[in-house]
Write a protein that binds this ligand. Structure first.
Ligand code: PGA
Length: 247
């Protein structure tokens, strides 16, 4: 069985005081031991959030694949770890679209994470025009093949996948549970093809894109949806905890 996961991607929101208050409230309110809860605050706050977190895995929204050196503005895995960060997102659609992160770069990040034994959530998802043309499965499969499916089984088993249709992110327009389930089932079938059925059952596949306290229950009840990567609704403790409780 894949682990149930609810992860909050705070993006470029909140200041230090808000960040501490949010992690304290969620730590207090959440009592679900069967759900792995994660938070991805702005990197600047990872140390503070990690030190306040109780039963929550804290990580970064991004990192660079090099170990150290002249890479102004970037963060290395070892630096993230040294302040309590245990995981990172890789390839969020905003990194791909706004910061022009290529499949090639994402593959290097995946490899760097695996080499350092650092956990990650690999994000994929199609833009609106691809969905409208009905090519979403080809598109998402290509993203996975370009930067994730090259891993050997042992390394792949440690990854978490987040399917986030770009047209649903921050738009208030959620994928229907049928649309989510269809893509998640397809992703799982590609894992069976590439690796095997046992591997496919163990890897968590999260849904992201306007997932909130009102629709999480329906999305999480889909057999192939193992949880959510939550943006906007992760910024309020009550909403985020209600999403965790939706399982
Ligand atoms: P959203 O963001 O929940 O605000 O749509 C999800 C994400 O980008 O991870």
């Amino acid at each position: 069985m894949a682990r149930k996961i609810v992860a909050g991607n705070w993006k470029m929101n909140l200041n230090l005081n808000d960040a501490k208050a949010l992690v304290q409230q969620v730590s207090q309110q959440n009592n679900r031991e069967d759900v792995t809860v994660m938070m991805f605050p702005p990197a600047l706050f990872v140390a503070d959030v990690a030190s306040e977190a109780n039963g929550i895995k804290v990580g970064t929204q991004n990192f660079y694949f090099e170990e150290k050196g002249a890479f102004t503005g970037e963060l290395a895995i070892d630096q993230i770890r040294s302040v309590g960060g245990e995981i990172s997102l890789i390839g969020h659609s905003e990194r791909r679209a706004i910061f022009a992160e290529s499949d090639e770069l994402l593959k290097r990040k995946v490899d760097a994470a695996v080499d350092a034994d650092f956990d990650f959530i690999f994000c994929c998802g199609e833009p609106l025009e691809i969905r409208e043309a009905g090519n979403q499965e080809t598109y998402v499969k290509a993203q996975l093949e370009a930067a994730l499916f090259h891993l050997p089984k042992d390394a792949f088993l440690k990854s978490v996948i987040a399917y986030e249709p770009v047209w649903a992110i921050g738009t208030g327009k959620t994928a229907s549970s049928d649309q989510a389930e269809e893509m998640h089932a397809a992703i799982r079938s590609w894992i069976v093809e590439k690796y095997d059925a046992t591997t496919a059952e163990k890897v968590s596949i999260l849904y992201g894109g306007s997932c909130n306290e009102n629709n999480a229950r329906e999305l999480f009840s889909c057999p192939n949806v193992d949880g959510g990567l939550i943006g906007g609704a992760s910024l309020k403790a009550d909403a985020f905890c209600a999403i965790i409780d939706s399982f």
